[in-house]
Write a protein that binds this ligand. Sequence first.
Ligand SMILES: CC(C)(COP(=O)(O)OP(=O)(O)OC[C@H]1O[C@@H](n2cnc3c(N)ncnc32)[C@H](O)[C@@H]1OP(=O)(O)O)[C@@H](O)C(=O)NCCC(=O)NCCS
Length: 236
Amino acid sequence: MKLPVIFAVTDADVLSDELFRGLQKIVSAERRCKAERFHRREDACRSLLSEALVRYTFFDAGLQCGGEFELTRNEFGKPEPVLSGFHFNISHSGTWVVCAADNEEIGIDVERIHKVDSGISQRFFSSIENKLLSDFKSPAQWLECFYKLWVLKESYIKAIGKGLHCPLNSFAVLPQNDGSVQLIRYNETLPQKYLKIYDIDPAYKCALCCSHQNFPREVKVVTVQEILCKLEPNRI
Ligand SMILES: CC(C)(COP(=O)(O)OP(=O)(O)OC[C@H]1O[C@@H](n2cnc3c(N)ncnc32)[C@H](O)[C@@H]1OP(=O)(O)O)[C@@H](O)C(=O)NCCC(=O)NCCS
């Protein structure tokens, strides 16, 4: 497998009973229990698919992916393989589950676009990002830019593994006209990373944060059937 890579599954929130049961069989007991605790079936579907897609990514990289495959979590909750040198990150929203992998730190975020209060950006984003947003007079363009910034920022804090323990206004992300993204770090301890937006669905925004600039050219969409087909024989 050529790294980095992004795999994605769509219609992740509406699985048939057969596919749901198939996924239950290939994930860990911990994930099965987690999925059972969700009240809404769509949350359970995304949760099962989240681990299944990680296992599929491991399988594709030629790594151990069956049985109780070993993951650990860093102090901020980021799941990491026990095996060093392989990094992954997962995100889910609405109908999508996405998983990115690389041999260096990586982060990914996908979000379904829905109406938000403009106060959120004032509260969480840096002043230069709020300045950028204030240039958009049409609500639709404002929302489009807001979600671009959101997924870019989330992908960064997920790549460095800190989640919201890293203040969202301690750095800024500025999408450029040529498709690149400028990262400004206000705290010198924050690492340099590289960011890219992927257009996977007009109703969503998705961003990747890598430790270098060799971004995957595309998002590889796989079906639940393909995942089951590859992973079921690896069950222990
Ligand atoms: C937990 C967090 C890392 C991502 O949360 P999120 O955007 O709601 O969720 P996503 O679907 O993108 O990511 C969830 C996955 O991130 C992974 N994850 C958990 N902690 C993580 C961390 N510290 N770093 C990186 N990844 C992490 C897990 O694999 C999780 O998947 P799982 O629950 O199926 O195991 C964190 O950034 C958060 O709580 N964000 C809240 C979103 C928000 O309010 N943002 C404000 C922007 S205006």
